[in-house]
Ligand binder design. Structure first.
Ligand code: DGL
Length: 277
């Protein structure tokens, strides 16, 4: 393991596992380390400073495990922390390392899904307040209008295993109604939080049939494949023994494993990661 150069995948909690499972499907031969900062999740309602501090601490921990490349499989961290990490922190620590997010690769393609040029984005309060999807989508698809809706209760519902229970329906409908009241033109809804695929069935049940729901896992996975094709120097530096390790910042690892398996759709056996604050 010592000479392993895995790809690091990070999320505030379990949500990034929905991205990890797509990445693994497309790139099964690589080594991976997943880190969920479950002890401090959710990030969605936290301040810019706190999200940056927590994310950077977790990124440094993944570097200490040998990762040359890290995917922030978390929209909130991508919106609030990625730019500072890329433009300031990495330069100070190790400019050869790379940290990539999930918002830009999604914005690069999301305009291809809409026929009406009207997209709805559902995300955490942090992601919505950052305006990242409006700004990034505007770069690639200037004619596409982006309507946003924060869904602050969805991550707590999901992290507590209530996503498939009848009580979740009320909050699913509430935020969808708020989004759709902004425009009658929306024909595509992006799940702009990596936790939300767990609510996808309830979301689809509460939407008219003409509205398509898009989740990010496959989009991010395809973008990573493309990135490594364009950056052979990074690809050659990654080890490929098809190993997967899982870490959580909560010391109750069996509890993490129980929920993680739902997100990952496969068995998970995690270890405790002690993040130095
Ligand atoms: N999964 C994270 C995202 O994509 C959010 C979870 C949280 O609020 O911590 O934004």
């Amino acid at each position: 393991m010592l000479n392993n150069k895995p790809i690091g995948i990070f999320d505030s909690g379990y949500g990034g596992l929905t991205v990890f499972r797509s990445i693994l499907k497309q790139m099964p031969g690589y080594d991976y380390i997943y880190l969920g900062d479950t002890a401090r999740a959710p990030y969605g309602n936290r301040s810019f400073q706190t999200i940056h501090q927590y994310t950077w601490e977790c990124v440094q921990w993944l570097f200490s495990q040998g990762c040359p490349l890290i995917i922030l499989a978390c929209n909130t961290a991508s919106a609030k922390a990625l730019r500072t990490i890329q433009q300031r922190d990495l330069k100070q620590v190790d400019p050869t390392k790379r940290v990539l997010g999930v918002i830009r690769p999604t914005a690069e393609v999301i305009g291809n899904y809409t026929k009406t040029n009207a997209i709805g984005v559902l995300g955490t309060r942090g992601t919505v307040q950052s305006g990242s999807y409006v700004i990034e989508t505007g770069h690639f698809f200037p004619d596409v209008k982006v309507y946003q809706q924060a869904c602050p209760l969805w991550v707590p519902i999901i992290e507590n295993g209530e996503h498939d229970k009848p009580g979740a329906d009320y909050f699913v409908k509430k935020y969808l109604d708020q989004l759709l009241s902004q425009s009658g033109d929306v024909d595509t809804i992006l799940l702009g939080c990596t936790h939300y695929p767990l609510l996808q069935q309830k979301i689809s049940e509460n939407l008219p049939a003409n509205i398509r729901v898009v989740s990010q896992g496959d989009i991010v996975a395809e973008s990573l494949v493309d990135y490594l094709r364009r950056h052979p120097e990074m690809d050659n530096g990654l080890t490929k023994n098809a190993t997967q390790r899982f870490y959580t910042t909560t010391d109750d690892t069996p509890d993490f494993d129980h929920y993680a398996e739902i997100f990952f759709s496969a068995p998970v056996e995690s270890a405790f990661a002690e993040i130095k604050c």
